[in-house]
Design a protein around this ligand. Sequence first.
Ligand SMILES: [Ca+2]
Ligand SMILES: [Ca+2]
Length: 94
Amino acid sequence: MRKLIALTALVLLGSNMANASDDEQIQKIQEKVQGRLQKQVDAMDTNKDGAISKQEYLTHAEKQFNRMDKDGDGKITQTERGKAFDHVKQLRSE
Ligand SMILES: [Ca+2]
Ligand SMILES: [Ca+2]
């Protein structure tokens, strides 16, 4: 009976440790995402007034569009979208 209690305690302890580890990983991911969002917001807020005006937003969106439109024809093709997604994947893996 003592062995069973000890085994149960070990299993419970182990699962708690796994949960703690999962929580830490989730928190790290959340911090990473928040950091990236903050960087993006900072990049958009060009006059640094703490707010993003419609013009700042549109300017940022146009820059992103132009970055994706590799051949500059005013359209983002499937190939260009693929290249953009590959670039995002590369950034995420860093
Ligand atoms: Ca602003
Ligand atoms: Ca294009």
